[in-house]
Design a binder for this molecule. Structure first.
Ligand SMILES: [Zn+2]
Length: 324
């Protein structure tokens, strides 16, 4: 055990790391599926607790958003306060370790349920964002696209009373603001046509676009095994890849605190910190690489401090839309 292991909270047990190392050596082309648990060390809250239950009220649905001006006021008020936590977040050691595994050829596909763009910021390539990107906004009427960062100054300038409120950040750029949608709030509109703007993420009640699922299914066929990182897999859009892997005779391993929906079919489960586990894995798979990159991984609290201290908001690939 290294000094780093002793200082890292919830580091994996050495035998668990041995088992994961052996799993990857037997299955060197991984289909990696990540969820909210990988980004909590970057200061981005997840939706669910360790039992897979909602931490607070369920998130907004597509039907609520498009069907009611009051829901849209509530959504954008909360988004205005929640954006900085995700917009200025920095990748943590887990994102960076996956980028290293990617560059070393161990990752045949990286599919994420997260919308924060942190895998791309860490240097991973070809990321499939199942649920889209919180860093972008598009017009439901004319299709015009905007960065979410460009919308924030408009929101704050037009809603100074709410902009001064404090609310703890929530998942997917939301915030825990008890905002009555019947109160005044200036919702942003499309600069091109005045139409309805929507964040380019798949809302609950939407389906993941078919072509995105198809691309991930092709990637699964090319992989030896599935590695789930930081997801309870309670949402079918992620769980289905584990079910498909089982049907195709590919084993599934998971790094996650608490229960996952795929527990009965897991070949291996590591209940420990995503960052500590993946950093430990890369150290074993690529010892010489890690000598040069010594402690490139940040402590979770350091990453959160970095996130709070500022930096450029993420600029991720634009995707629209769905099945959460
Ligand atoms: Zn428009």
């Amino acid at each position: 055990m290294t000094e780093s292991d002793l200082l890292t909270p919830a580091a994996p047990a050495p035998d668990a790391l041995d088992a994961l190392h052996a799993f990857v050596e037997r299955h060197p082309r991984l289909f990696v599926l990540t969820g909210a648990g990988i980004s909590t060390d970057s200061g981005i809250p997840g939706y669910r607790d360790e039992n897979g239950a909602w931490k607070r009220s369920p998130p907004i649905t597509l039907q609520e958003f498009t069907g009611s001006e009051a829901w849209r006021r509530r959504y954008w008020a909360r988004s205005m306060l929640g954006w900085p936590a995700v917009g200025f977040a920095q990748p943590n050691g887990a994102h960076r370790a996956l980028a290293r595994l990617d560059s070393a050829g161990y990752v045949s596909a990286l599919v994420t349920q997260n919308v924060d763009g942190l895998h791309q910021r860490a240097g991973s390539h070809g990321v499939i964002e199942l649920h889209g990107s919180i860093g972008h906004v598009h017009c439901l009427d004319c299709g015009a696209q905007y960065t979410r960062a460009s919308i924030q100054p408009l929101l704050e300038a037009n809603n100074p009373e709410v902009a001064g409120a404090f609310a703890a950040p929530a998942a997917d750029g939301d915030a825990h603001l008890d905002f009555d949608g019947n109160l005044p709030f200036a919702v942003p509109a499309c600069a091109a046509c005045g139409g309805m703007l929507k964040p380019s993420v798949v809302f609950f009640g939407e389906n993941v676009p078919r072509e995105r699922v198809a691309a991930a299914a092709v990637a699964l066929d090319a992989a030896d095994a599935v590695l789930v990182v930081g997801s309870s897999l309670m949402v079918y859009s992620g769980y289905r890849f584990c079910a498909w892997a089982q049907e195709r005779g590919k084993p599934v391993a998971a790094v996650n605190f608490g229960r996952t929906r795929a527990d009965p079919l897991l070949a291996l489960k590591v209940e420990a910190s995503c960052a500590a586990t993946l950093e430990g894995l890369t150290a074993r798979l690529m010892p010489r690489f890690n000598e040069h990159e010594e402690h490139a991984g940040q402590r979770p609290d350091t990453a959160a401090d970095t996130a709070r201290s500022g930096g450029e908001p993420p600029r991720t690939a634009t995707n629209t839309d769905i099945e959460r």
